[in-house]
Design a protein around this ligand. Structure first.
Ligand SMILES: [Mg+2]
Length: 183
């Protein structure tokens, strides 16, 4: 099985999309009174960038990889609901799973813990945890947080960093960088 561990914000949901959920919420009568769990899923999340989705779809077609969501969006909706949202937004495959939430209390003994890198370290461990529980031949993690190994023990070897939140995954060269891990 080939896996893409996918972050959303800064990867396929880009800076100009941030906040687009509020427009959708305003379109619904009485939206202000609805708690998050009563809102339709499309209404909870910002739109994805059309060109970023096109890039992602090309990667999926070329590699036949599956998506596992590592983004914090996984805390807001079920995998079924987020799957529906992915399809509605034009992604050709719904994600098959979420990574499991890990906190600093779950860190292995003698873990090289840095408070300033807490989010990066957690997400990196969450991805390693998913890999340890599944049969994976090829994988890559994509994120706008820097989880490169670069000599850091907790970092990820198969990692593509998208530091430009205006460009995300559609930045020149990123598609090939990602495919190199999947083909
Ligand atoms: Mg992000």
């Amino acid at each position: 099985m080939k896996i893409i561990f996918l972050d959303n914000d800064g990867v396929i949901c880009l800076q100009k999309n941030w906040g687009s959920r509020f427009k959708k919420q305003h379109a619904i009568d009485g939206w202000k009174d609805l708690p998050d769990w009563k809102r339709p899923t499309y209404d909870l999340f910002d739109n994805f960038d059309r060109k970023a989705i096109k890039t992602l779809n090309q990667i999926i077609s070329d590699s036949d990889a599956e998506i596992v969501v590592s983004s914090d969006w996984r805390l807001k909706a079920s995998i079924e609901d987020i799957g529906g949202y992915y399809l509605e937004q034009g992604i050709i495959k719904a994600p098959i799973d979420y990574t499991r939430v890990i906190t600093e209390f779950d860190y292995p003994d003698n873990f090289p813990f840095y408070r300033s890198m807490l989010s990066e370290q957690n997400r990196s461990l969450e991805i390693k945890d998913w890999l340890s529980r599944n049969d994976v031949t090829h994988w890559v993690a994509i994120d706008d947080m820097d989880m490169r190994s670069n000599g850091r023990k907790w970092g990820l070897d198969n990692f593509v960093w998208t530091p430009n939140s205006l460009e995300g995954i559609k930045q020149t060269g990123k598609k090939q960088e990602i495919l190199n891990y999947l083909l």
